[in-house]
Design a protein. Structure first.
Length: 57
């Protein structure tokens, strides 16, 4: 899966033409989550609060 961004130890990855709804994958320190592109909310999985806040921004 291609990495499109990496900051503060958080990797953001995205597949082209993946299943709906539009989302990306965020991983940080062994935690992984699918995150909605529209809202920035975690759809599935879990991130620590600080990492989730940075990803949403």
């Amino acid at each position: 899966m291609p990495t499109i961004a990496y900051f503060y130890g958080i990797a953001i990855r995205m597949f082209f033409n993946d299943h709906p709804p539009p989302h990306f994958f965020a991983s940080y320190s062994g935690h992984e989550a699918n995150v909605s592109i529209e809202t920035g909310e975690v759809i599935e999985g879990h991130l620590p609060a600080n990492a989730a806040r940075l990803v949403k921004q």
